[in-house]
Design a protein around this ligand. Structure first.
Ligand code: ADP
Ligand code: MG
Length: 693
């Protein structure tokens, strides 16, 4: 149960005074549903109102705060005219301008003859000073309600800065005095404040320099979050590992039969990964291993051989994939091998219903199915294995699927192998998978030829087209990618269409065009024609889908390569080099090109190792973009940025280990505080595991 000290923070936003249903909806959109979400929503900007000049010296363009006396009201003669109020101090005069003004309101706010303190942007109109709609108008005795530094939070349409800042302030006032969960010596050495003080400081920036991730306050908060993350992962892992594992030694018979049936030989990398997996399976400890490798790098066959080892020992195995489609693909590719090895294979997804499903479940419980392939349906409560020895989770590009895994088996807990197709940098792997053991299949997938990568400026387009003509004359097939930038979809589309026309003329060839606005059928037709070789050149605006597989395509031209991220460029380049012919990738950049873009293109030229590229991507862009915040579903860090706070991630990892080694049940007084930390960052799941374990 969540500790009572945190109750106020987990209240809903509407409990704040001044926040009604409408405002709540907007705030929820940018921050989240609870006060704690507001507390963790750090400012992205600051308005500095500390400039307090006399009117005569005030610099137009700046935000200023000034004490003035109200001289005169000049309502507009017609509604469309602005309402003006003249004010002065002992040096000069200024005109306040209000559009669509309410006269009563302004007379109450700015009574003639009274002193007022104003804050807003000063402008000069002709030779007069003006301020249009001051941000603040307060009486001298209310001066405290005028913040000299105002934090700016992420906003959305309909949500303005002031109510948002007020809501955050309200939430901050509900932050209780927290126990210290960090090691006091460490906090002291880093010269960090307490959690509460760090929050106050992080929410009270005075200058832009207070907004960067490496201020001491933000460091402290990031470290809190990273420690919660690492502790939670270790607790979950300890729970998965808990209980006595099982030694799976296998007889090697099914493995030998299957390998004999393979139409290829396993690469050294595949064999190395398999050896690591087999070693885990053969040990007492429960296996928790991550197998990383690009799509098509040959992970599935490795996983199959591991599953067969369990089957050899009379155990069952499960393979879970995130989508129905992937399940069908796995099934199709496993079937011939299962047949060759004499292994009973079955499938369970949401689509299996009624009697068929009931029969599969019965056979599974009776041990008449050796390998079950399926979607999340495998985790349904009514699915029970007779004796599950090995579970493989194919996450593809969806992270954290394995974290919700709870397979029912009558036997001992199963060994777990997670497969992922996105090369994840080491630091991110740590946040996502704790200290799962990692095997990697690196380099190019089996049968793929290296792709020659060239980088050129758009000014050499003429040369490029001349080369392309020669290659196409020889029968080559090529992709030509024009990027799509969301904000100007129409313009980009037009540019791509224009490019297709230009290439058609320059090359005297039929040129295909695919883009996101095409109907599915038109798109399929264009892709089909390219696949069949009826068109040799395909211009595409959208990123060519990951699934596209045309082994005959050997040339990939990417225009405006400076606009793509590294991961995308790597994906695009992966579309060629799939067949027997030599392939090339030409990255064309246009002016203006920045430092980061140059660095990206250089990386592309220097390496085709997805892992190196992923590390570089993280370094150049930050983790949210590497994984795509949405897509990752897992990088839910609010305070920490693993790219920037990487140093802390390692420390947090070691710290978490040490804590659990000394106090596995988090029973000491620091342990109690750390439980609060886990709940604070929403890691209730980890605490529950601890209870159970
Ligand atoms: P992944 O699961 O990593 O996406 P797969 O296991 O599906 O990759 O392999 C992709 C393709 O490569 C499959 O058709 C598979 O049969 C083939 N393959 C796997 N290993 C090898 C190898 N060592 N040599 C040649 N082809 C291989
Ligand atoms: Mg696969």
């Amino acid at each position: 149960m969540r500790p009572s000290i945190l109750f106020p923070l987990f209240a809903e936003i509407r409990t704040l005074s001044g926040v009604g249903p409408k405002l709540e909806k907007l705030i929820q959109k940018v921050a989240g549903p609870r006060l704690v979400d507001l507390v963790f929503d750090l400012p992205v900007g600051v308005v500095d109102r500390s400039y307090q000049p006399k009117l005569a010296a005030a610099e137009p363009g700046r935000i200023a705060t000034m004490a003035v006396t109200v001289l005169e009201h000049k309502p507009g003669r017609v509604k469309s005219q602005p309402y003006k109020v003249i004010v002065s101090d002992d040096t000069s005069m200024m005109e306040l301008v209000f559009f669509r003004a309410h006269a009563d309101y302004l007379t109450r706010q700015l009574p003639v003859g009274e002193k007022r303190v104003l804050s807003g942007r000063i402008e000069r109109f002709k030779d007069r000073l003006q301020m249009t709609h001051p941000d603040y108008i307060v009486a001298p005795e209310d001066i405290v309600s005028l913040p000299l530094h105002e934090p700016i939070y992420p906003l959305t349409e309909g949500l303005t800065a002031r109510p948002m800042a007020k809501a955050v302030r309200g939430a901050l006032e509900k932050v209780p005095m927290m126990p210290e969960w960090q090691d006091p010596a460490f906090v002291k050495q880093r010269k960090w404040d307490t959690f509460g003080a760090a929050l106050e400081i992080a929410h009270g920036p005075a200058h832009d320099s207070d907004l960067v991730p490496m201020t001491p306050a933000r460091q402290r908060l990031a470290y809190d979050e990273l420690l919660a993350n690492q502790l939670a992962l270790l607790l979950i892992r300890a729970n998965l590992r808990g209980g006595n594992g099982r030694v799976i030694s296998g007889t090697g018979k099914l493995k030998a039969k299957t390998i004999a049936a393979l139409p290829f030989t396993l690469t050294d990398q595949q064999l190395a990964a398999l050896a690591e997996i087999e070693q885990d399976m053969g040990s007492e400890k429960r296996m928790l291993r991550l197998l990383q490798g690009d799509v098509g790098s040959g992970k599935t066959i490795v996983a199959l051989l591991a599953m067969l080892k369990a089957v050899e020992d009379g155990l069952q195995a499960a393979l879970m994939a995130p989508t129905e489609l992937l399940v069908r693909q796995h099934l199709a590719s496993l079937e011939p091998y299962a047949a060759a090895a004499g292994v009973r294979l079955a499938c369970l997804t949401g689509r299996e219903k009624g009697a068929g499903r009931a029969e599969t479940l019965a056979r599974l419980a009776a041990g008449e199915i050796d390998i079950l392939v399926g979607t999340h349906a495998l985790f349904s409560e009514d699915v029970t294995f007779k004796n599950l020895g090995m579970a493989v989770v194919d996450e593809q590009h969806r992270f954290g699927v394995h974290q919700r895994m709870q397979l029912q088996s009558k036997g001992k807990p199963a060994d777990v192998l997670v497969m992922t197709a996105t090369p994840i940098p080491r630091t991110l792997a740590l946040t996502a998978y704790g200290d799962m053991d990692v095997s990697r299949i690196t380099g190019r997938p089996p049968g793929r030829k290296p792709v020659e990568t060239r980088v050129m400026g758009a000014d050499r387009m003429g040369d490029l087209i001349a080369h392309l003509r020669v290659a196409l004359d020889r029968g080559a097939r090529a992709y030509w990618v024009c990027p799509l930038v969301e904000e100007s979809e129409k313009i980009d589309l037009a540019a791509a269409e224009e490019r297709a026309v230009m290439l058609r003329q320059a090359l005297g060839l039929d040129v295909g065009l695919v883009h996101g606005k095409l109907k599915a059928a038109e798109r399929d037709a264009a892709m089909g024609a390219f696949k069949a070789g009826q068109t040799q050149l395909l211009v595409a605006t959208t990123v060519i889908e990951v699934g596209v597989d045309v082994p005959e395509a050997t040339i990939m031209v990417v225009e405006h390569a400076e606009r793509f991220g590294l991961a995308q460029l790597h994906q695009l380049r992966g579309r060629v080099g799939r067949g027997k012919d030599k392939s090339s990738c030409i990255l064309v950049w246009h002016q203006p090109i920045g430092q980061t873009a140059r660095a990206r293109l250089k990386t592309m030229r220097e390496t085709d190792d997805g892992f190196v590229i992923a590390e570089e991507d993280l370094r150049l862009r930050g983790p949210g973009e590497v994984l795509g915040r949405r897509q990752s579903g897992l990088l839910e860090f609010r305070m920490a940025d693993p790219a920037i706070h990487a140093e802390f991630l390692d420390i947090a990892h070691d710290d978490a280990r040490l804590i659990l080694a000394r106090d596995p049940g988090l029973k000491s007084s620091r342990g109690e505080a750390l439980r609060t930390l886990l709940y604070l960052f929403g890691r209730d799941d980890a605490v529950r595991y601890m209870r159970a374990g």
